[in-house]
Design a protein around this ligand. Structure first.
Ligand code: ARG
Length: 313
């Protein structure tokens, strides 16, 4: 398989793709050391160009509330303890990509990231250890890809054997080319062009097989055409909802036995997006992640979703 760059290259329908197990589990990382100590995206600086100031007590409360919300949705939630000297550790979607069982053989795999910033490199090693300990195969990139930020730029199409791959300041195309070949996986490439929406998970949130939240202006022309071609109902998010409220960093949990209507967990205040979701029958659960928005992250990247399927013994 190779990467897919234009809608003209599509020779399948989503419903023809093999099914994958639901991502019914999430890992979260203790926010004890969460802070803004450096700026590696525009959100980390305030209007005066100074590092944002985090209220650690509020951050803890917001993180706990998110954890409870995800548990309440029926997700299995596992928490890893804080990692010293890693203020971005809480954004555990970024240090790697889970390849669920069934994509290649019956054992899940973990592809460690190559973080764009050295400040986050230690997180990668930590998470590789966690998944190795669970019996997953850890399979680092072998090729020349300069950058790769896991589930920040790699989003699985809900329940289908298809990956969406963002290419921009955090992930290089070479990473997706290598993974498409290695796992014989179709990977739809989306070029990112808005510095404020620097990860794919800040401008695209797949909700179910047919719908997603997205900010069209964040993508190049080919990317826009691909989203429109593969999602029956791509829900457009306004600039304000996307950038002020990180609406496209929403998360649609897939607990075991999920029945419609689906739940969408989203940062509060994205009023237009909320109305669009409700009009389609989604149950909208709003959470406050304001302290984490100061670092350029919200609901989606504060957890790492995967399928609970364990390795066969
Ligand atoms: N401060 C972190 C960074 O810039 C935030 C990461 C948020 N993650 C995300 N997928 N949007 O790396």
């Amino acid at each position: 398989m190779t990467t897919i760059h234009t809608a003209g290259e599509l020779d399948f329908q989503i419903t023809e793709l093999p099914e994958l197990p639901p991502f019914d589990s999430v890992a979260m990382a203790d926010p004890r050391d969460f802070d803004v100590e450096y700026a590696i995206n525009p959100h980390m600086l305030d209007a005066n160009g100074q590092l944002q100031k985090v209220d650690r007590v509020r951050a803890r409360e917001q993180w706990e509330a998110l954890r409870e919300t995800l548990v309440g949705c029926g997700m299995k939630v596992e928490v890893e303890p804080a990692l010293d000297r890693h203020p971005d550790f809480v954004f555990c979607a970024n240090p790697g990509l889970p390849i669920p069982a069934g994509v290649l053989g019956d054992r899940p795999r973990w592809v460690p990231s190559r973080m764009a910033s050295d400040r986050r490199a230690g997180e990668v090693e930590y998470w590789s250890g966690v998944f190795e300990g669970r019996g997953w195969k850890v399979e680092p990139l072998q090729g020349a890809a300069e950058r790769f930020e896991g589930t920040g730029d790699g989003l699985w199409h809900p329940k289908r054997r298809l990956l969406w791959g963002g290419v921009g300041t955090r992930t290089s195309l070479e990473a997706w080319e290598e993974l498409a070949g290695r796992y014989e996986l179709p990977i739809v490439i989306l070029g990112l062009r808005d510095p404020d929406l620097y990860h794919l998970d800040t401008c695209l949130a797949p909700l179910d097989e047919r719908s997603c939240l997205w900010r069209p202006a964040a993508f190049d022309e080919d990317g826009q055409a691909l989203v429109r071609a593969l999602f029956e109902d791509p829900i457009e998010v306004s600039e304000e909802d996307a950038k002020q409220h990180f609406a496209c960093n929403a998360f649609a949990p897939q607990p075991k036995g999920l029945q419609a209507p689906h739940v969408v967990v989203i940062q509060e205040g994205a009023t237009r997006t909320r109305a669009e979701l409700k009009a389609r029958g989604f149950q909208v659960l709003e959470v406050e992640t304001n302290e984490f928005l100061k670092s350029g992250g919200s609901v989606f990247c504060m957890k790492l979703a995967f399928a609970s399927h364990e390795a066969p013994s």
